[in-house]
Design a protein around this ligand. Sequence first.
Ligand SMILES: Nc1ncnc2c1ncn2[C@@H]1O[C@H](COP(=O)(O)OP(=O)(O)OP(=O)(O)O)[C@@H](O)[C@H]1O
Ligand SMILES: [Mg+2]
Length: 250
Amino acid sequence: MKLDNIIYETKGKKIYRDGDKVIKVFDESFSKAAVLNEALNQARVEEIGEIKMPKIHEVTVVDGKWAIVSDYIEGKTMAQLMEENPDNIDEIIDKFVDIQIDILSKRSPLLTDLRDKMQKKISSSKLDATIRYELHNRVNGMKKHNKVCHGDFVPSNVIITPVGDAYVLDWAHVTQGNGAADAARTYLMLTLEGKEDIAKKYLDVYCKKTDTAKQLVQYWMPIVAASQSVKGIPEEQELLMSWATIADYQ
Ligand SMILES: Nc1ncnc2c1ncn2[C@@H]1O[C@H](COP(=O)(O)OP(=O)(O)OP(=O)(O)O)[C@@H](O)[C@H]1O
Ligand SMILES: [Mg+2]
């Protein structure tokens, strides 16, 4: 395994290309359980057999660090395509939403329930007890849904190949639950990236195509904001706190 061609680097993670494979190497800030969980989630979705995604070949240790080896996917991410083709933004968003809807049409009964994940995140957030109480109630008020929710469905996690196939990456956060929650998460992530215009267009298209009331997606916004706040990224906290407390809890 050659680690001389780095293609992506972010906090705690490096991604290398070696021929037709990529090696995602995690530093010590990621526990063994976190890495195995990412691989397990990806394997569960792979087993559905209907979603185009890089296949996992190995979970291993390189230089004392956990690593996941999977297929290299040739192409451009939808984030790149959006930047390079601002005139085609509507068409790209349309395709982006179609891919999310296709994922939401799948089922994988062993995945974590999205509501359980959100409850844990709310509990470990730094929000005050009154707000946590309201957010827990909000989640409890939602009935069980079993749609495959990617959990980080953003344009940089979708690669379009030269022949136009869409491959979806980064299944670490996948759960089963309500599509509106997954849409709220996408809207939040686009907003945090400073892409408010794209976020708004995305939400319009998602709600139109799935015949979902925007209020339903908005209902999940404080919850997904509370969940994201747990990551503790300083520059995100102000926006996340305002979203998490947006409902009137008085
Ligand atoms: N299998 C792959 N084939 C080709 N490129 C890949 C592959 N996996 C990752 N990449 C490239 O690396 C980038 C980051 O990968 P990935 O989404 O798996 O990491 P990440 O954990 O999401 O990092 P971040 O936390 O910044 O989102 C992708 O946007 C893509 O450009
Ligand atoms: Mg990613």
